[in-house]
Design a protein around this ligand. Structure first.
Ligand code: UD1
Length: 427
């Protein structure tokens, strides 16, 4: 069991270097199954979701090594093997292995994948897409079996621009001699990054970043040296931490365009944000009287507001004056943070998909002897509670640090370097 012990109140001042995006690294790591030889991925966070996926790759005979924050994967001795059920259940990312294994070995069996407890997270869009391109899919109670003598290709219309389904179908279709067109594809930067990675390996794919992606299968793909995009979700979380707590922070290795909507919202609230090259500076004077501003936000596929920063934005808006109406359109369980924030003094009312936040609350933790304890249910909720604890007077314990560690190599190191009073306690 791991938890964060946080004493709030310190402004955040300094620099954080953003690592490569978890949600880009996961499909790219899976995609190395399609390649022959060695791949180097740069600036990869050493987090549990990635470790679990690497465990799956090791089970297939891949050689995996970490060196100075870079990840080396050698697929020379890869061969088909069944995936360990315990590991597959731990991460949603294990679903990517399915498309890659069928493409490379014409068969795959995967125990149903896990992931954060943020909703039902079905895989029907993946399955329908696979069937459309000629993959036979058999769903049993505990696992899913896929096989295909040959990927036929064709046109796949997605009912919803699912990020994972788009990525999975791209990977399943990348080898062979047929063409697959995905219509209503996801436009997230992580999808674009996967396509760029595959293209650098020799794949023939077009249309990334638009809603129509065309994949022309190729005979083989080679390993490469690649730098995945910086993590736009962690960038947003740290921006929101500064906006909530106050301070002056430079985030290095950022693609500001990926957070354009959040930057606009924070500027409208009075935060100073400047971007230069790949750096973003955010300044928020804690004593600045912010003008009361009502606003609304709804989560939607990119370039809409990401569901992965909804909780952190809710924490921030709890502390500045004005009403905020939040609509969560992606995942049904993404308000589990609300009762925990209410314990700290936030005023939030939830009705179905809509949360109404009455801002301007002073958040309060406990004392050293009797700290306030809050318990997240998922990764982003955990990050939201860390931000809330930093903004709270007194001492707060954020339980389930293991959830935060799914997406942050060391949030305590990053925030501690900025002057936050946060320690990780391992029991
Ligand atoms: C990815 C991200 C996750 C982010 C989410 C939405 C990774 C590893 N994870 O998750 O952090 O929150 O995108 O931006 O990249 N759906 C179906 N059937 C399916 C697939 C999805 O109904 O077969 C629904 C989901 O329940 C959800 C919506 O579609 O309501 C979006 O899901 P999707 O885009 O697939 O998210 P993930 O790829 O799981």
């Amino acid at each position: 069991m791991m938890k964060y012990i946080i004493e709030g109140g310190n402004p955040l001042v300094g620099t954080i270097r953003i690592q490569s995006a978890k949600n880009a690294c996961l499909p790219i790591i899976a995609a190395t199954i399609l390649t022959k030889g060695k791949t180097i991925l740069r600036n990869v966070p050493k987090i549990s979701d990635i470790d679990n996926l690497l465990f799956i790759l090791s089970g297939l005979g891949c050689r995996v090594q970490w060196k100075d924050g870079d990840l080396y994967i050698d697929t020379t001795n890869i061969s088909y093997n069944e995936i360990d059920a315990e590991v597959a259940k731990k991460i949603r990312g294990s679903i990517f292995v399915l498309g890659c294994l069928v493409a490379r070995f014409k068969q795959a069996r995967l125990p149903y994948p896990g992931g954060c407890a943020i909703g039902a997270r079905p895989i029907d869009i993946h399955v329908e897409g696979f069937k459309k391109i000629g993959i036979k899919v058999r769903e049993a109670r505990d696992y899913i079996d896929c096989s295909a003598k040959r990927i036929k290709g064709g046109v796949v219309y997605l009912d919803f621009p699912s990020v994972g389904a788009t990525e999975n179908i791209i990977m399943a279709a990348a080898l062979g001699n047929t063409t697959t067109t995905i219509i209503n594809a996801a436009k997230e930067p992580e999808v674009t990054d996967l396509v760029r990675f595959l293209r650098s390996c020799g794949a023939c794919i077009n249309g990334e970043g638009t809603d129509t992606i065309t994949v022309a299968g190729v005979k083989e793909l080679q390993g490469v040296d690649y730098i995945p995009i910086p993590d736009r979700i962690n960038t947003a979380s740290y921006m929101l931490a500064v906006a909530t707590v106050g301070g002056n922070v430079v985030l290095e290795n950022v693609i500001a365009e990926h957070n354009a909507n959040l930057i606009e919202k924070l500027k409208a609230d009075g935060c100073k944000i400047e971007t230069k090259n790949n750096n973003l500076q955010i300044i928020k004077d804690k004593n600045q009287i912010t003008r009361k501003r009502n606003t609304s936000m709804q989560t939607s596929p990119y370039p809409g507001f990401s569901t992965d920063i909804q909780n952190q934005y809710m924490v921030y808006r709890s502390t500045v004056s004005g009403l905020t109406t939040i609509t969560e359109n992606l995942f049904e369980n993404r308000y589990s943070i609300v009762p925990q924030l209410q314990k700290l003094g936030a005023t939030i009312c939830v009705k179905n998909r809509v949360a109404t936040v009455t801002g301007g609350s002073e958040l309060t933790g406990g004392t050293c002897e009797n700290p306030m304890i809050v318990i997240p249910n998922d990764l982003r909720g955990g990050v939201g509670l860390v931000i809330a604890a930093l903004a709270s007077r007194g001492v707060t314990i954020v339980e389930r640090a293991d959830l935060v560690k799914r997406g942050h190599e060391s949030i305590e190191r990053d925030l501690g370097n900025l002057g936050a009073n946060i320690i990780l306690k391992v029991q």
